[in-house]
Design a protein around this ligand. Structure first.
Ligand SMILES: C[S@@+](CC[C@H](N)C(=O)[O-])C[C@H]1O[C@@H](n2cnc3c(N)ncnc32)[C@H](O)[C@@H]1O
Length: 311
């Protein structure tokens, strides 16, 4: 067994995990037109899934956007930097919730920025400008922004504290940062299953080998503190799913989380992390949690902090 997965495996895991993040965000969008929602959800590879069936995801979307964003609003006139905006899923929500703020959304991927711009235009939002840049080489100096926002990005970075410290330096003295991350270790479900846990662990291990950390949510407090921020406050945001919430059973448990695990099957097998029967049993047991007596929980973490006084 190779001690470290081949380049292709690393790329595959990164792609699958990114799609998971995008799907989470897609589920969190509120008030977007159904075709946008469908397009985003279709980024998750799911057998038999038909994007046009998803009118009902609007209710669920509302639930998740409230969960992640109910307390994010920026004053009119403030300058907000979103780093790692991806295809703009969060950007749409942020810009809509704070119409008077001016957003600069940055990503290292030109392709993602093009898609994000398309979505912002489609949503008739005019308070966002885009720029392609690396979080480790941002083209601004100190005191450039009132607020920074980062969602589902630190988990992909091997130097998250350094990235946060760089953002700290760009903020004005009264500036704040908001960070949202997931944590696969927060996953629990009924019926319990060792096989399901083993399959999830494959994702955690592969992500780690790719230089990321899929359980970074729980570390937000120490990471933000180590980066020099003051008044760090982290709040867990748990998604709880049972069969009284068929929208979340379908959209989150089945088509987001379980689909993500299904998507790393080849990578996990190639890396020798598990055998095919073990992996397939794990996926089966994850699907089992979507039945009438099943329960599934996942927790996101949101950290908010003030610029360090001495940064
Ligand atoms: C999982 S996506 C999250 C996108 C968006 N924040 C969201 O919540 O939908 C991670 C994003 O971070 C971007 N990214 C990764 N490393 C980066 C870096 N060093 N600098 C800027 N962006 C980066 C990726 O291109 C990708 O768009």
């Amino acid at each position: 067994m190779p001690p470290f997965p081949a380049k292709e495996v690393v790329a595959l895991v990164a792609a699958v995990y990114w799609r998971f993040c995008c799907a989470c965000v897609a589920l969190a969008l509120r008030g977007v037109r159904s075709e946008i929602m469908a397009t985003m959800l279709s980024e998750v590879y799911v057998h038999g899934y038909h994007p046009r069936e998803n009118e009902r995801l609007h209710d669920q979307a509302s639930t998740l956007v409230d969960l992640l964003h109910f307390d994010t609003a920026y004053p009119a006139g403030s300058k907000v930097l979103e780093v790692g905006c991806g295809v703009g899923a969060q950007t749409v929500t942020l810009a809509r919730q704070s119409p008077g703020a001016r957003f600069t959304a940055v990503d290292v991927s030109a392709e993602s920025i093009a898609e994000a711009k398309r979505r912002i235009d489609h949503a008739d939002l005019t308070n966002v400008e885009f720029r392609q840049a690396d979080i480790f080489a941002l083209p601004w100096g100190p005191d450039s922004f009132d607020h920074a926002f980062v969602c589902f990005v630190l988990e992909h970075l091997s130097r998250p504290v350094e990235a946060l410290a760089l953002l700290n330096a760009l903020l004005k003295p009264s500036g704040t940062i908001t960070v949202v991350e997931g944590d696969h270790g927060s996953t629990y479900f009924h019926p319990e299953s060792r096989a399901a846990r083993a399959a999830i662990q494959c994702q955690v291990t592969l992500q780690e080998q790719a230089g990321g950390n899929s359980s970074i949510g729980r570390q937000l407090y120490p990471l933000m503190t180590a980066a020099g921020f003051d008044e760090v406050r982290v709040s867990p945001r748990m998604v709880y799913v049972d069969s009284s919430r068929p929208d979340l059973v379908d959209g989150f448990t089945r088509k987001t989380f379980t689909a993500m695990i299904e998507g790393i099957r080849e990578a996990a097998l190639s890396a020798g992390l598990i055998d095919p029967a073990g992996f397939d049993a794990g996926v089966r047991d994850l699907h089992r949690t979507t039945e009438a007596d099943g329960v599934f929980c996942y927790t996101f973490f949101k950290g908010v902090a003030a610029k360090a006084r001495h940064a």
